[in-house]
Write a protein that binds this ligand. Structure first.
Ligand SMILES: Nc1ncnc2c1ncn2[C@@H]1O[C@H](COP(=O)(O)OP(=O)(O)OP(=O)(O)O)[C@@H](O)[C@H]1O
Length: 254
């Protein structure tokens, strides 16, 4: 059997005495979606930030495709020559959008392709306009990002992530900062990406969405994966009291 596209093994991240991520292993095939759920502070964001190497893992291995990196004692001990490829495989969408406030929509999307990939301006703009069209915002290309609604800003952030042609998209609570009436438009875009066969890792509090869109669901608790498997199985038949009470607490939002 071929090995999975993404393989994370025994990942740990400590902040001093705080164990934020504790021996997490995760596998995901290309074109699939994994959703990560869990209470506030259970290590979901830190896990994604380790994957993206915004944080350096304390120990463990991470592989995407052929690019594998290994950490011990807070340092990379293997795969330094692969780490740039590894990092470039991923693009992240943040809870708070993180758009560049002093640029218009188009510039937000073309900046990285031009600077990092050396793409020509006309090519970068053509790609950006196509992506804006996909997220329903072509008409906002020249708008300052400060004039966008939260839902529009997040859709621009998704277009910006896609512009780097990543192999994997990471979503860190992409709808948590949005007014309830704007959540749906962003979830719809993520749903489309999943059904198009993109590889997605989605941290979310939207349980109904996670159930719908994810091939595999991971329930984090105190830095660990307490349960994982098919969303409908986990949600209908939680094996631990922790997941049962988490689902109960969040069921009002479903
Ligand atoms: N830079 C940091 N320095 C010290 N401790 C940190 C840092 N970042 C996260 N932590 C701690 O690591 C643990 C996990 O935090 P993390 O933000 O990953 O959780 P989370 O599940 O994403 O929470 P939320 O849903 O509230 O975003 C928490 O105890 C947090 O206080």
């Amino acid at each position: 059997m071929s090995r999975p596209f993404i393989e994370i093994t025994h990942l740990r991240k400590l902040f001093g005495d705080v164990v934020a991520v504790d021996d997490v292993s995760l596998q995901l095939d290309e074109g699939r979606t994994a959703a990560i759920i869990g209470s506030s502070g259970c290590g979901k964001s830190t896990f994604l930030r380790c994957l993206n190497m915004l944080e350096t893992p304390t120990s463990g291995t991470m592989r995407i495709g052929e690019d594998e990196v290994e950490f011990a004692d807070g340092e990379m001990i293997r795969g330094a020559d692969r780490s740039l490829n590894f990092r470039k495989s991923m693009a992240m969408v943040f809870q708070s959008f993180e758009l560049f406030p002093n640029m218009n929509v188009l510039r937000n999307i073309t900046l990285a392709p031009r600077l990092v990939k050396g793409m020509r301006r006309d090519e970068a703009e053509e790609t950006a306009l196509a992506l804006l069209d996909r997220v329903g915002l072509k008409h906002k290309a020249t708008a300052p990002v400060t004039e966008l609604s939260g839902g529009q800003a997040q859709r621009v952030a998704i277009a910006r992530a896609l512009a780097m042609a990543p192999r994997v998209l990471l979503f860190d609570e992409a709808t948590s900062a949005l007014d309830p009436e704007l959540v749906g438009e962003v979830l719809a875009v993520i749903r489309d990406l999943a059904s198009e066969g993109r590889t997605l890792l989605v941290v979310t509090h939207e349980l109904a969405f996670a159930r719908d869109v994810a091939d595999t669901l991971y329930f984090f608790d105190q830095g660990r994966v307490l349960e994982s498997g098919k969303p409908e199985v986990l949600m209908e038949n939680p094996q631990t009291e922790r997941l049962a009470s988490f689902l109960k607490r969040y069921s009002g939002q479903v």
